[in-house]
Design a protein around this ligand. Structure first.
Ligand code: OAD
Length: 250
């Protein structure tokens, strides 16, 4: 694949002191983890993910929702980071300040080596007590859902469901990072879910250069300074390759 990046973009990046990246499920698509809105295959194809990822759905049918997450955890366990995850992990050392905010709950950024990151929507591999919110590591996995060994309430995945609030500390930090960056990337996200989608707006209002990487157009495409249409696993390594000579001169 060959992409030529606009000179204005590479100049802006070469001069950037602070880069902030927001990722969505498109970044894991090339690892074989279906994107959030394309996620339903096989047995789950008839369900909308928005109808499953809610407390109401869990209260109505805890066993079904636990089984859906078991299915997703199985997909994630088989997945390996792809070139986009590795490129983002490399980017940490290329800029004086770099931060990664991910909406993904699959842990693949950490598996690729990313450290400076916020898991905005939690992590599917972590399990919490649905009543007390504490993390539970040992439980009876043969039950669906397993009971909390402390209080017997149901256990649930430590992810943010529709209608639930993002952890306030993570939200405040993400807004501050978007507000102070020189370049903001939105990668592999349909930019539909708030408050994550609003971070690009925060960056834009603060004068950052906003760059989207996505094979499809999204609601953000026409507002972004640059919309790079392609797969993250192809675009990001090429972008780093193009930038490296300019960055190593700095
Ligand atoms: P979506 O499924 O809404 O969007 C995925 C985006 O990735 C789409 O715009 C695709 O075009 C794009 N895409 C697909 N393949 C790609 C590739 N190889 N490279 C780059 N982009 C690609 O997923 P999100 O925007 O992540 O939250 O959804 C946001 C949140 O909605 C999710 O985190 C989920 C839900 O609320 C929770 O489950 C907590």
């Amino acid at each position: 694949m060959s992409i030529s990046f606009p000179a204005k973009l590479t100049e802006r990046l070469a001069a950037a002191e602070s880069v902030c990246v927001l990722t969505g499920s498109g970044v894991s698509a090339e690892s074989g983890v279906p994107t959030f809105r394309d996620a339903q295959t096989g047995l789950w194809a008839k369900f909308e993910p928005e109808a499953l990822a809610t407390m109401e759905a869990f209260q109505r049918n805890p066993s079904m929702i636990w089984d859906w997450y078991e299915w997703r955890r199985k997909l994630v366990r088989q997945a390996k980071p792809n070139a986009a995850h590795y490129a983002l992990a490399n980017m940490e050392s290329l800029f004086p300040r770099f931060s990664l905010i991910t909406q993904n709950v699959d842990g693949l950024h950490q598996a690729a080596g990313s450290q400076k990151m916020i898991e905005f929507h939690g992590n599917i591999m972590r399990t919490i007590c649905a009543d007390e919110g504490c993390v539970i590591e040992d439980y009876d996995a043969s039950q669906s859902p397993p009971p909390c060994p402390r209080c017997a309430a149901y256990l649930r995945p430590d992810v943010v469901w529709f209608g639930e609030a993002i952890d306030q500390g993570s939200l405040d930090k993400a807004i501050a990072l978007a507000d102070e960056c020189d370049v903001f990337f939105a990668i592999g996200t349909s930019a539909q879910v708030q408050p994550a989608a609003g971070l690009a707006e925060v960056a834009m209002q603060a004068g950052a250069c906003v760059v989207e990487i996505n094979p499809q157009r999204t609601v953000l495409s026409k507002r972004a300074n640059f919309a790079l249409h392609g797969a993250a696993g192809e675009v990001l390594p090429l972008l780093i390759e193009t930038l490296t000579p300019a960055l190593s001169r700095n």
